[in-house]
Design a protein around this ligand. Structure first.
Ligand code: NAP
Length: 290
């Protein structure tokens, strides 16, 4: 079999970097891996390991063709620039088509067909752009990162509480490491054809999150559920401006409606093992901070 060249956008970000490390861990030669970044110095360590680093910016379409020369399979990590993402992703998809990329793997959002999550529109539009482009694609509809919570572990433990408005809504979250491993499996898959995967780990609600944090850290942390309007006020009192507070509260309201829960086993299937448990992700974050 001839070898393929794998490129990853957003390789300077959390998920993209993990995907490159996972490609290397699976034995893909570094000479077959391209890290696409805006700032070369952010991935100096990957360059040192032999990964090709190419500089491109989603909003500068003339920078994209050179970054994609010779690339067979591309992991398009969704951009962090909410509000500008459809144009950005469309630029990458168009350049990939011109460059003859034979598979795009895109990181979308869980339940994209029926979600009311306020972040979903740009992912739905990107999925449409992929279908219209006509090149083979795999969509990874990623659920929430467990890190959305564990990044605040110290804060939760110090406050003794998690405050939110998600009610008993369940979140099928998984670690970025698991999503990165699944993305690499999707890049490496031998079978052809467009696919869409709904990815998430075992579901928990924020009461269970608090209980698990209590158990792992041996500190009492409870979940205090507020009506959405009261949560907006609480977020503003903690320093967020009105727009940001309303947005964060809307994300919890979306969780309450079940938008971020899935029963799909696609993640475990792509991983070839169960997703890392909530307790293990919390434990790793706790040991890291300790
Ligand atoms: N599922 C979830 O819970 C969740 C949570 C947060 C985000 N997300 C989504 O998942 C993506 C990956 O997550 P992450 O944690 O790895 O995010 P991240 O660390 O913020 O990484 C985002 C990456 O996008 C790159 N980027 C942004 N604008 C760009 C542009 N104009 N041209 C080229 N590259 C650009 C960034 O490059 P620079 O290093 O140059 O800034 C960075 O490498 C996010 O971008 C977001 O779409 C999902």
């Amino acid at each position: 079999m001839t070898s393929s060249v794998y490129a990853v956008t957003g390789a300077s970000g959390h998920l993209g970097r993990l995907a490159i490390q996972e490609l290397l861990a699976r034995g893909v030669p570094s000479s077959d891996i391209v890290a696409i970044v805006r700032t070369r110095s952010k991935v100096a360590d990957l360059a040192e390991r032999g990964v090709s680093v190419r500089v491109a910016d989603y909003i500068q379409p003339d920078t994209l063709p050179a970054a994609l020369v010779g690339v067979n399979r591309l992991l398009l990590v969704s951009s962090s620039a909410a509000g500008q993402r459809v144009a950005q992703h469309t630029n990458v998809i168009a350049a990939a088509k011109t460059a003859g990329v034979s598979r795009i793997v895109y990181t979308g959002i869980l339940n994209a067909d029926h979600t009311s999550n306020p972040l979903a529109g740009e992912h739905q539009d990107t999925e449409r752009a992929l279908r219209e482009a006509g090149l083979p694609f795999i969509v990874l509809r990623n659920g929430w990162y467990t890190e959305n919570y564990t990044d605040r572990l110290t804060q939760y433990v110090e406050a003794g509480e998690i405050v939110g408005a998600a009610g008993h809504g369940r979140v099928s979250a998984a670690s970025r490491q698991d999503y990165a491993a699944a993305a690499v499996t999707a890049l490496l898959l031998n079978s052809e054809g467009n696919r869409t995967y709904e990815l998430g780990g075992s579901a928990f609600d924020l009461f269970e999150l608090a209980e698990t944090i209590t158990r792992i850290t041996s500190t009492n942390v409870r979940y205090r559920d507020l009506p959405v309007n009261e949560y907006v006020d609480a977020l503003q009192r903690s320093g967020l401006d009105e727009n940001a507070a309303e947005f964060v509260a809307a994300l919890d309201a979306s969780i309450a409606r079940g938008d971020l829960e899935t029963k799909s086993q696609d993640l475990a299937q792509l991983l070839g093992r169960p997703a890392t448990s909530l307790a293990d992700v919390i434990g790793a974050a706790h040991n890291h901070h300790a």
